[in-house]
Design a protein around this ligand. Structure first.
Ligand SMILES: NC(=O)c1ccc[n+]([C@@H]2O[C@H](COP(=O)([O-])OP(=O)(O)OC[C@H]3O[C@@H](n4cnc5c(N)ncnc54)[C@H](O)[C@@H]3O)[C@@H](O)[C@H]2O)c1
Length: 446
């Protein structure tokens, strides 16, 4: 079969919804994506190395908030979704999307080992006519320089034997307004045939596609979005410190500034950056830019400011304890509210709350946490000593036994009224009390 007939065969299968899709990595990104493919009418197989995820799916139970269990059940019962640890079944898929982690190494360099291992697994059964799509966030050039060579080691060529593309994920856990299919999706292919297949497949799956000219451009789009966030959050964090020193409330400033109908977009300060994306992705570009001898000073400065925020919060806490109750942090008992990195989700990856706990303990304080979404701290690479700590139960009497309460994450389902009534001191990093119209002398904004 010629390359043109290979691509037109896949085009026809996409149009007829007889193309089989595979999703490798069934986490926060992969499971919602698999659902979007299935809901578009494709038969989807999910692949993961974690057997517990496959067991959940076999029980038809979701473990990702963005995917309701009922939705998973519908797609499984319709025969459009199954999951497996058996990577030999990749051979049966016409389209394979890669959604595996792209973290940083301990030296803060890109760790592409998950992507490379997945590409190697796909290469084992790669066949003519397949479309392979990288969805993981990464630096410009990864699809072309990392994934393609691994796949081409099979002797098959991208653009003629198989097709290769990149499409970044814009999943926003906890966002109730947008879901995978309603978020515009940037797509690019390695060559014209791959680009056309990417547009056909994603055009069939999501409401709006945004084609760009190369896979490196699509990779750069994703990094640009997240760098924009990291830099703007650093900017408001810096402004918070300056305005604090001047006795100006940064939250009031932002609220008024956002009344400008053009040219301003609000970002909010906090205890530091968290999640798998914003604290990490910018450094993928920093690393790659070294190859081009072009510094990324903005990104690194933003990283420095954001990384310093937990230290700033702990300093404010120590000062407030000292001034208001004459107590040293080293003799204080602190309750931290919210372990997840953002409100209403259970994700603690890179959460500044973990750093806050570590810093408070390093200064001799004792710290407990409450998070309705995180009952126990799992094993993490950076905070091994916190593993197994459990979210405490509290009532008004228990609150009074703490010297201070720190609001690190402003989950909706927390009784802030009770906290404001009973805690002797509150350090609020999210302005939640003011937003709820609760005022009290014991509240310190930080
Ligand atoms: N979480 C988000 O909000 C978000 C948003 C946009 C983009 N991204 C990007 O999407 C990618 C995936 O992130 P995530 O949040 O879904 O990660 P995740 O940790 O939630 O899920 C990754 C999954 O991949 C599996 N996995 C790891 N190695 C594997 C392998 N070799 N083969 C098969 N499965 C493997 C893991 O078991 C896990 O289930 C990352 O590049 C991330 O930067 C994430």
């Amino acid at each position: 079969m010629t390359d043109t007939s290979l691509s037109s065969t896949l085009q026809a299968k996409i149009t007829a919804r007889t193309a089989k899709a595979g999703v490798v990595g069934l986490g926060y990104v992969g499971l919602p994506l698999a659902m979007a493919f299935a809901r578009a009418g494709f038969s989807v197989t999910g692949f993961d190395i974690d057997p517990s995820k496959i067991e959940f799916i076999d029980r038809r139970e979701s473990y990702i908030e963005a995917v309701p269990t009922e939705m998973l059940q519908v797609e499984c019962e319709a025969g459009r979704f199954t999951a497996t640890c058996d990577f030999n079944l990749l051979a049966e898929c016409d389209i394979i999307a890669i959604c595996v982690p792209t973290p940083l190494t301990v030296h803060r360099d890109p760790d592409l080992s998950y992507v490379a291992k997945t590409a190697e697994a796909i290469a084992k059964t790669l066949r003519r006519g397949q479309l392979i799509v990288l969805e993981s966030t990464t630096y410009p050039g990864t699809t072309d320089e990392v994934v393609k060579p691994i796949l081409e080691r099979t002797g098959l060529k991208s653009g003629s034997d198989f097709f290769l593309g990149y499409s970044p994920e814009r999943e926003d856990p906890g966002n109730r307004q947008f879901h995978t299919a309603s978020i515009p999706k940037v797509v690019a292919g390695d060559g014209e045939a791959a680009a056309a297949l990417m547009q056909a497949f994603y055009g069939a799956t999501v409401e709006t596609i945004v084609p760009v000219s190369t896979t490196a451009t699509a990779e750069a789009v994703k990094l640009t979005e997240n760098i924009f966030r990291a830099v703007n959050i650093a900017l408001v964090n810096e402004l918070k410190l300056v305005y604090d020193a001047m006795g100006i409330d940064v939250w009031e400033v932002i609220d008024a500034a956002k009344s400008k109908p053009f040219g301003y977009m609000p970002f909010y300060p906090g205890p530091g950056l968290g999640g798998h994306c914003i604290p990490i992705d910018p450094f993928y570009l920093t690393w790659k830019s070294r190859e081009f001898e072009t510094p990324t000073r903005f990104i690194e400065l933003a990283g420095e400011i954001n990384t310093a925020m937990p230290h700033h919060i702990v300093t404010r806490l120590a000062e407030a304890l000292d001034i208001r109750s004459g107590k040293a942090l080293s003799r204080s008992k602190v309750l931290l509210i919210g372990l997840a990195y953002k409100k209403n989700v259970p994700d603690i990856r890179e959460s500044p709350s973990l750093r806050l706990m570590e810093l408070i303990e390093r200064r001799g304080g004792s710290v407990y946490y409450f998070d309705p979404y995180v009952s126990e701290i799992p094993s993490t690479r950076e905070y091994a000593e916190l593993k197994g700590r459990r979210s405490i139960e509290w009532d008004e009497a228990a609150l009074k036994s703490f010297d201070a309460v720190v609001i690190a994450t402003d989950h909706d389902n927390v009784d802030y009224d009770a906290i404001s009534r009973c805690a002797p001191l509150i350090v609020d990093t999210r302005n939640i009390f003011a937003r709820k119209g609760i005022s009290s002398d014991v509240i310190v904004k930080a």
